[in-house]
Design a protein around this ligand. Structure first.
Ligand code: CO
Length: 152
């Protein structure tokens, strides 16, 4: 069902410092910071030839990744994102197989204005999994804008 690895997300306490590591030390191409207040994070995307790294820093007092940063003060891998052809079909399959979808259970709009769902790490070898829809026109369905989950 899953396709390409879309990105690996790394939660960091200091986005500027993490951006410097990727840009200056590792010599990668990095984006400008993008604040996503509705998800409680600011993101920087690192472009690699075969995938992306999403650096995420808590934004605001209610950030869903604040607890993660507390547990991992220097930052750490937060989730993996895989591409799927049909986010609703993927969601239905996950529900049918008994996996726990984080949040409302409905796809929300992720960092690239595409619908995403997050699946609980307890069902996926201890790793928070994001599934994202790519390469399709916007869905006619009414998408909720639930928050990025705080688990993992
Ligand atoms: Co992500």
């Amino acid at each position: 069902m899953i396709g390409r690895l879309n990105h690996i997300a790394i939660a960091v306490p200091d986005l500027e410092e993490a951006t410097k590591i990727y840009r200056d030390t590792l010599g990668a191409k990095v984006s400008e910071p993008v604040p996503l207040p509705e998800h409680g994070v600011t993101t920087v995307f690192v472009d690699l030839p075969n995938t992306k790294i999403e650096l995420i820093e808590p934004l605001g007092g209610q950030s869903p990744i604040a607890a993660f940063i507390e547990k991992h003060p220097k930052g750490g891998m937060h989730h993996l994102c895989y591409e799927v052809d049909d986010i609703y079909e993927a969601r239905d399959r996950m529900v049918e197989l008994g996996a726990t979808i984080v949040g409302t259970g409905e796809p929300s709009i992720g960092a690239h204005d595409k619908p995403v769902i997050f699946m609980h790490p307890k069902d996926f070898a201890g790793t928070l999994i994001e599934l994202c829809l790519l390469y399709t026109s916007p869905s006619p369905r009414d998408l909720s804008t639930s928050r990025m989950p705080s688990s993992a």
